[in-house]
Structure formats: structure tokens, C-alpha cells
Design a protein around this ligand. Sequence first.
Ligand code: CS2
Length: 471
Amino acid sequence: MTDPTLLTPHVLPALAARGITVPGYLRTSSPGVVHLGLGAFHRAHQALVFDTLLQRGDARWGVLGVAMRSTQLADTLAAQDGLYAVQIASHAGVHWQVGGALWHTCVAAREPGQVVEALAAPTTRWVTLTVTEKGYGPALASLLVQGLAARHSAGLPGLTIASCDNLSHNGRKLQALCADTAEAESPALAQWIRSACAFPNSMVDRIVPAATDKRLAAATQALGVADHAALGTEAFWEWVIERRFVDPSDGEVLAAAGVTVVDDIAPFEEAKLRMLNGSHTAMACIGAVAGLPVISDCIAQPAVHHFVHGLMTHEVGPQLSRPDWASYRDALLARFANPELQHSVHQIATDSSQKIPQRWPPSVAGALRAGHTVERLAFAAAAWMRYLRGSDEQGRPYAMNDPMSSTLHALAIAHAGDAAATVQTLGTLPAIWGEALPHNDPWLARVSHWLAQINQHGMLAALELLSTHKV
Ligand code: CS2
């Protein structure tokens, strides 16, 4: 018996009558895409691109959404037959859309056989991944390689496997991980993975905060039924993918749905990681310590706005090869200010040890090489070190969610009052900063300077000092 008070296919006609965009296609054939890392981002990004293609009658883009460990979302979606509503909010207004591309869901840790079977299914053509920065390890490799081995021995064609995580050269990294893992088992399989499968690099962009109870309540209000998997996002989205597909005609198909297909994604990836994600991590640390809960609160502070604008203008932008970086910066400042998003600083600060290496050190190294200022990047590094103490300036403790959090927290509090000593430990970790910066004394001295200012004056007052600093 279908629950009439829940978002399921039965209520779609009623939602369409309310002006909500709903899937108008059959959702019954076998999915052509396996997505690993079922979360908010995929559902508000690629799954809506696939939804556009399905709406146009191309039935190859239905998705099996695989959660890697957590069962809750996969089961919630299964009860709703894979349907979920997305609230898209911009200055132009708010619009609701129901995504229909998720045809099935499962959990890799609970149903690994189902994932392997789907990877080896003749109808499967694509795999997309959002497993986060820390997800590129042996468990992922073994799952993919099992599926690919089954495909290979069945004599099926290879797959296009698109990593969509915020890592540089994400496709190439994933290809190396899979081929190296397969090598131990069978060099022939490794060779087949390298030659018959395509691992395009790709850059994805859309701000998709984790859903809150408030958003779920807004969904019930808009839909007239409950949706326990509803999401909110912004109108902006971008997916730039390298032209490297098992079926070359996929490039045109994706481009028709608004995806940018290029020969080299490096300029886009570099700009996105360093401008958007680099600013995000800086604001996350600043906001967590200053007690500003969401990004729009942070950017509403003139000192933070000035800082982020200066960071992108003087320290990151000039090194980028994306030619339109100044308009990208301006668009980002507007996106950060979107009040509907309510994007939690603690969500962004999650896994900072895995994120910082892509987001800050390449900009520090580039700015130092070019003789540009690094004051704002040094401030960001100092803000992260202050964040690691685990409580804000009002003395309220917060949880830190990071695979390195216990080590980092211990280092941060060991010399809490001594900025130089803190920087000598936290600023010299090669896992975060790479090989060169831990030995760069002028850089470390600037980080110490700003950490001492934060310790003495507080986060926002120290930012004010930075804004009057002649840099
Ligand atoms: C954020 C990203 O949580 C984070 O680390 O910086 O999820 C960011 O919102 C997306 O990359 C935007 O495309």
C-alpha cells in the first residue's frame, strides 16, 4: 500500500498541477549509470542533468544510486521510489523540482553483490563518483575492480567512469587506483581497464548544503506531502568534463543538457578548487571560531567580504589560467551571499585535512613564486590552526569531523597560547602542506603573525587588522 502522505510516483500528477517540475518519463528499464556516493550533491547536480536527458526521451541515463556505507538515505529514497524534491533558490525566486533519475538505491557495505552485478550489467554504460576526498582508497578500488573484472570476463564493452570529487586530475587518479589494484590480480585486466574504460577528468560545481529540518518542513509545505529526502540548492551549476568517453557521442549528448565538454579541464578545475573551495574552507574556519553558523552570515561581515575578495583578487586569481576569473570571483561572492542556502560552516570544515592540500598550498606556492602577497592565505592557515582547538571564541565546544582530528586537535591545544610553536607543528605537516612550505620560513612567519593576532584580538578583529594591512 502506497502511503498517500509521502512523495511517491502516485502524487506526481498532483504536484505537476501545483506547477512543480516532475519527471514525465518511464522509470522502469535497467539503469545505464551506477553512481557511487549517493548524497546531497549528486542528487542536486548530475542526477538532475540525467533527469534532463531522460525527459528528452533518452532512457540510457537512469541511475542506480549507491551509498557507500550509510543506509539511511538509500532506504529513505527507496520508500519514495527514488523521488526527491529540490528547492532551487536564487534572487529570481524559488522553484521546486522533483528529480526522477534515481531508479534504484542500495548500500555498498550492505549489498556489495548488487553493486558488482550492476557494474557488470550489459545495460550499464557509465559510473559517476562523489565519494569525497578520503574515499579514494582500497575499498573503492576493490569494488570497482570486481565489477570491471566481471565485465571483462563476460566480454562486455568498458565503462566511462567519471570521478566528480574535488580533487585535481580526479579521473587520472581513479584510473591509476583501479589499474594498479587490478595489476596484482591480472595484468590483462589492468590493461583492459586502461584501454577499454575511459576515466575523464571532471569538475563539478553547485552549492548543495546538507538538508535541515527546516528544509524538509518547507518541502512538505510546497508539495503537500512529506519528502524525507528533500534538498535545497542554488540556481547556478556547472559540470565541465574532459572529452574522453567510451562512446564518443556521449559528449554531444551531455553538451545538449548544458554540460561543458572540453579537451582540458585544468583551467576550470584549478579555478574552482582554489577560488570557490579555497574561500569556503577559509570562511568555514573563520566562521566556526567567530560563531557565525552559515556562509551567508560570514560573507555579510564586511571584514570577511573584504578578505575573501582580496584573497581571490590578489593571491589566487592572478595565477589562474581560467581567463574569466574576475567575473567568476564576482559570481562567487554573490553565490556565497545567497541567504536561502544556509550552508553550515561546520559542514564545510568537515575533513579539512583532506581538503586543504588541493585548496591552499598550490596558491601559496604560486603566489610566492610570482612575488605576490600571501597575507590572506597565511591568515586562512592561521584560522584553521585556531579552529582545530575545538571551541569558538564564546567558549562553546564544537565537534570536528576529520580523519586526522584527534592528532590535529592535540597539536593545536599543546601550545595554544604560543603561535610560533603551534605553527612549527601544524604548519610543517607534509600531508597538509606538501614538501616545500614546511621549510619556507618567511611563509611560516606570516602564519605565526596572524595566529598571534587572532589569539590576541579575536578572529574578526584580526581580520580588520588584515584589511588595513597594506597588501
Ligand atoms: C564545499 C564544497 O564542503 C565543501 O568542502 O567547499 O562542497 C562546495 O560547496 C562544492 O564543491 C561547490 O561546488
